[in-house]
Design a protein around this ligand. Structure first.
Ligand SMILES: [Zn+2]
Length: 460
């Protein structure tokens, strides 16, 4: 809001309330949507790494609403939930349940932590109605024949977040085309429409809520009138978040959000992702090409949230390699030693350096680079292991869970070699060592027995 870097101060002690604008569940998420939730996950993990207790709430938008794209196209934009329901011959709630499940499958594959509460808009219509009634009572709402509108002129801070000037029409502003509204920026709180597929009774008649009221209602219900952090994509800034502020602050009389976290969008080969350009990807598309979801997570870590994430397959391949290398090293170290319980002064300094990097406006790229510096440092292995596993609480790459899978035929060759070696047939044993090397595997003789390692990828 202030457009400058500020020291983060929670409203209450060490407790942080985060509200994330969640997905509209009428279709699968694409990698750009997922990038935005990855960035939120990095933020949450960094706060937790710092010792804060975080409560994160993310809504599911399952009430159909007119979208900005629809509004550009026509006066009577079609409702995306309804379009999807017709397309798939399901009820809107079935559509929502299906895509919510798909969305959470993607999130979990990317190791994005589940929010503590995931409220659905359709289950909070009563709360929305109550706020609209409150706004009416306080003079912020007015009636038109087919809807209740928010009167932006009544709210003195309208436009502060996005830099919108009520006296001037914003270039490219996508506003609701409502007949009879007092100000171009006024927006719907409740739309009267007995023919809409999803509809509810209200004091004003049968209809459905406007776009923005659900986030005011659900954030207030689960986090109280004031949030520490509200996150969303940069496209949410205007009008969605501007309108959330207007509704919430007019209703409670309190400052709604202390810090806004807006994630820049995603590009593919430097271009906007779109279905018509054929550069539109879901996580499943990356998996089909042999990439792991966590490789995409690694790629996201290399990008700062205030820069667009430029997705390319060569960057993804490099991320996959680097991830593979990092976890193989960790696995190898774990075969040799336990992580150090106490850190030396040098190791502690690395940890402080890491903390400073990630605490500087969610500096995950710098944090990642410090992890690589630790890996190539001359710290004892037990300390490197302790540090990298500690850093992974923020990275979320599951480095400590990964196990090396050795193919059965490689295992068999190694066993045979071990047998020759024990029998003193060193020449035969060496033959098998060479054969294993040709297949990309190295045998190291350790006190606990032979250790098989794949050749390390060169990225890093
Ligand atoms: Zn929202």
């Amino acid at each position: 809001m202030s457009r400058r870097r500020e020291e983060f101060q929670p409203l209450k002690n060490d407790y942080v309330r985060i509200y994330d604008c969640g997905p509209t569940v009428y279709d699968y998420a694409h990698i750009g949507n997922l990038w935005r939730y990855l960035a939120s996950d990095f933020l949450r993990r960094i706060l937790e790494y710092n010792g804060y207790r975080v409560k994160q709430v993310m809504n599911i938008t399952d009430v159909g609403h007119l979208t900005e794209d629809d509004l550009l196209a026509a006066d009577t934009g079609e409702d995306k939930m309804e379009v999807a329901a017709r397309r798939e011959k399901k009820t809107p709630l079935q559509v929502a349940a299906y895509y919510t499940k798909a969305y959470f499958r993607d999130r979990r594959a990317l190791n994005i932590l589940d929010p503590h509460v995931v409220p659905k808009a359709t289950e909070h219509i009563g709360e929305m109605i109550k706020i609209i009634q409150g706004l009416e009572k306080r003079g912020y709402a007015y009636h038109l024949p087919d809807r209740i509108c928010y009167d932006v002129k009544k709210f003195k801070n309208y436009g502060r977040l996005s830099g919108t000037n009520l006296g001037q029409l914003r270039v490219g502003a996508r506003l609701e085309p409502i007949k009879g509204k007092k100000n171009p920026y006024d927006f719907s709180l409740w739309i009267l429409d007995p023919h809409h597929l999803m509809k509810w009774n209200s004091p004003w008649g049968v209809g459905y809520p406007g776009w923005h009221i659900e986030c005011s209602a659900m954030s207030m219900k689960y986090l109280g009138p004031q949030l520490d952090i509200h996150s969303g994509g940069e496209d949410n800034i205007f009008p969605h978040h501007e309108n959330e502020i207007a509704q919430s602050e007019a209703y409670t009389g309190k400052r709604f959000v202390h810090y806004w976290f807006h994630v820049r969008h995603n590009l593919v080969d430097g271009q906007k992702m779109s279905k018509s350009k054929g550069n539109f990807y879901r996580l499943a598309d990356l998996e089909k090409r042999g990439y792991e979801p966590l490789a995409y997570r690694y790629l996201a870590l290399t990008n700062h949230y205030r820069k667009p994430l430029n997705f390319t397959f060569s960057a993804l391949a490099a991320a996959q390699k680097a991830l593979q290398k990092m976890r193989l090293l960790v696995w190898q170290w774990r075969q040799e030693t336990e992580p150090a319980q106490k850190l030396s002064r040098t190791a502690h300094r690395w940890q402080q350096k890491f903390l400073a990097a990630i605490n500087n406006d969610v500096g995950t790229p710098q944090g990642l680079s410090i992890a690589w510096q630790v890996i190539s440092s001359n710290l004892p292995v037990a300390e490197k292991l302790a540090l990298v596993l500690d850093f992974d609480r923020v990275f979320g790459l599951k480095l400590g869970e990964w196990r090396l899978q050795v193919p059965p035929e490689i295992k068999k060759l190694a066993q045979e070699r071990e047998k020759w070696r024990r029998e003193g047939e060193y020449q035969k044993a060496d033959q098998l060592r060479i054969e294993l090397a040709k297949k990309g595997w190295e045998v190291q003789d350790r006190p606990r027995g032979p250790l098989l390692l794949p050749r390390l990828p060169t990225a890093g």
